[in-house]
Every structure is written in C-alpha cells, then in structure tokens.
Design a protein around this ligand. Sequence first.
Ligand code: GDG
Length: 464
Amino acid sequence: MEYRFVVVANRLPVDRADDGGWTRSPGGLVSALEPIARNSGGAWVGWTGAVGDETAPFDHDGVYLRPVPLSPEDVDRYYEGASNSTIWPLFHDAVEQPVHKRDWRRSYDAVNRRFAEATAEVAAEGATVWIHDYQLMLVPALLRAARPDLRIGFFLHIPFPPVELFMQLPGRGDLLRGLLGADLVGFQRPLAAENFLQLAARLTGLHPDGETVAYEGRTVTARAFPISIDVAGSERMTSDPAVLRERERLQEDLGGDRRILLGVDRLDYTKGIEQRIEAYGELLAEGALAADEVVLIQLATPSRMRVAQYQQLRERVEREVGRINGEFGDVGRVPVHYLFQSRSPEELQALYLSADVMVVTPLRDGMNLVAKEYVAARQDEGGALVLSEFTGAAAELPDAFLVNPYDVDDLKRGITAALRATPSDLRDRMRRMRTHLREHDVDRWARSFLDALGGIKLDPPCPQ
Ligand code: GDG
C-alpha cells in the first residue's frame, strides 16, 4: 500500500451508521482534510471509536481508512488514562489535578507504537504524514525511526503548557523527543510554540534559533497555525429549511420575548461551565437580570463520562442548575434550560441563530470552535459573543466581549455589557469578526500548514 499523504489521528473521520455502514464524522477538521486526502492519494490512520473493534481497512469516499483497534484496556489506560486524565488536565493549566500512573504511560507508549507501525505500512516512499493531537505525541519520533524518508508534520489542538508545568510530567523527555521527530510542529498560538522551544532548550540543551531548532541533523520548525471552521458550509446551513423550522420551534417553545444566553460545550472542566452558571445565578439573585426577561440555554454534550473528574463535574453543574431553577424559576418558566445531550448540527445551528448572547468562557482552550461557529452562523450580523481571554479564539476576535472567567464579577460585567450594548455597536462588532473569519477558514488553515511542511502538491482552493 502506497499513499502519498497520510493523516494520523486518534479517530478515523467516520462514524458507524445505524445500518452498520459508515458516515463521515461532523466537524471542520474532517471537512478540511478529507478532500485533500482524496485528491492526493490519501490514507487516514485512526481508531473507529468502538472498543475492541477489529474492522479491516476499507475505502470511504476515496480515502483509504486504516483502523487501529483499541482493546478495553487500551481505552482505559491510553485514552481515558494517559491522554485524558494526565496530559489533558496538565496541558490545560492543571485546572484539574493530573493523575499519573505507570501502566497508563506504558499503554500510551504501546498504542503510539501501533499507530506508528500502521502509518509506516501505508505511507509511500517520501510521503507526507500529518499527525494530530495530544494522544499521539510519541508517533513522530517512532515513525521517523522506522521511516526516515517521510516528511512528518504534527499539530497540537490543545494548549502547550509553560515549561514549569510540563516538567511535572513523568516521561517528559520521551514526549518532547517524540514531538521533535516531526519536521514541523504546529500549535494554535505563538505562545504555545514558544513554550515548546523553551522546553526543548531546557530539557535537551538545544539552541532554538527563532522558530526553528537543529536536532539530530534536521531542522524542526515550531509555529502557530490557528485552526478554524468551514465558514462557507456554516453559512449555507443558516438557510437550510430544517434549521429555520427548528429555530421557529425553539422560539415557540420558549414563548414570549425572553432574551437568550447560550452555552454550548462538551461537558468538560476546562470549559468554565460552572463559573458561567455561577455568574448568571448571581445576576438573577441581585436582580440585575430577571428570569422573565432572560433565559440561559446550556447544551452540555456528554464527554469522557467514564473519567471520575467528568462525573463529578456533571454532579456539580446539575446541582447548581437545580438550585438556580428552584430559587428563581416558576411553574412553566425556568431560568436555566440545561441539556445533557448531543444535538444534531441543524439543531445546533438553530440555537446559534436564536441566541442573543453566546457565552464562551473556558478557563483554558486551545482555540474554541464554538465561538467561531456562532460568528459564522450570524449572517444577520445580530447577536453578541462573550469570550474568555484564555481561548485561542480571543486572539483573533478582539471584538467579542472579552472576560476573565476566573473573576465572577468580570463574567457578570461581560454578560451585562453584551445584553446592554446598542444594536449598532453589536452589528459593527459582528461585522468585523465575520470579516476576519471569512478570510481565515479551515481550508486556509490546512493549506498553510501543508505549505509550510512542503511535500504534497495541493489543488488550488475552490471558489466559494
Ligand atoms: C479541541 C480543543 C480546539 C459540541 N456539542 C455538540 C456539537 N459540538 C461541536 C461544536 C464544535 C465542537 O463540538 C467542539 O469544538 P471546540 O473547539 O469548542 O472544543 P474541543 O472539543 O475541546 O476541541 C479546542 C479544537 O479541538 C479544534 O482544534 O478548538 O480548543 O480543545 O465544533 O459544534 N456538535 C453537535 N452536537 C452537539 O451537541 N452536532
């Protein structure tokens, strides 16, 4: 098997359909990379998402998919353990205590080896390989050892922590050397690239020169490539009849003309959901907001529910929602509509179109696509975005109402300012944010990374 372009990610770009077949997974990453993979003789290496699934490799939409099976132990140790209970919290400022276990690390190492072996098998001589995210940080070096002919890129979707925090990691040297196996290491923000280069200097005694560092006879480049969304796709969806029907239904069900605050997140402790609800509760308690004038819809998509910290977060959030609804609600009228569910893309779009204020308040977030999706959805130039300054998106969207999510008073100030802003101020802000996004969509992100990496030749972008 000889593929000239190989994407390597924890998950394959498909989900099992009800009829047992496969459908393309939603999301900008897949919609950006799949066409590139299809047009350049591409393959994708990743897990199907089903524990113990031994599906053989198959073609889907012109891309060769090479599953890497994960056993129940792999899912416990590599995925929920090392990836999501050690690396994830540590790379997000340790907002939850990272847990360190030796058998998790061993499993992380073993699964990364399997990903590297599978990739080495499918990549053609001199192929370009693009590896994604924190679950696979050892793969670049493992792959280079097996296949020095390859051009290897790595992109980290989450923040890269400051040196002092990274130094706490058992196996820190292996992880760093793992990444240094790539020719190009991409991050969401320049600060993350700087952290990485400083770490390389500290741990290995290398001497970075600008954004590059010489390592084992090669040059490794570290640079920011802020990810984005499929802006044209999002704009097309706003006129989809199913979306418009859903928006009407929402308005009817909510009744009256209450203004809508909206939160959309995976239920994750990095997303600042508790702080957002606390701020909203205080605004109600102080009478700054009245439950018959505003409503908060919080869509909290179930995520990593076997990890203890996520179960505890769910309990805390649900207790607080119950308290606020108990204290400030009435029969037939609750101040918080809390949905612990996953909704269809059409329903999500209808929520974006209905929200007067989108409240995105992570304590730390590599980028945050929800903020960008909201802006892309608002072709009407309506609505306001309250955005945590600790998201990657904040650097690109200074016209949002920026807040410090650790400061409840600042959260309250941001929400109130967004609710009180004049329509013309909001329109100006939204227009500027939309202009930025249209020029920086996910296709441009993928192309700029692959251009910097060199290797595959890309078709020119399709006119929109
Ligand atoms: C990681 C980084 C970085 C959520 N609920 C539903 C649903 N979603 C979709 C959103 C959005 C995506 O999930 C979440 O993306 P985020 O960027 O907000 O956050 P993470 O999942 O933490 O993503 C992050 C990203 O990678 C990309 O590099 O931005 O910083 O942490 O697209 O729309 N979609 C549907 N139903 C839901 O209920 N259909």
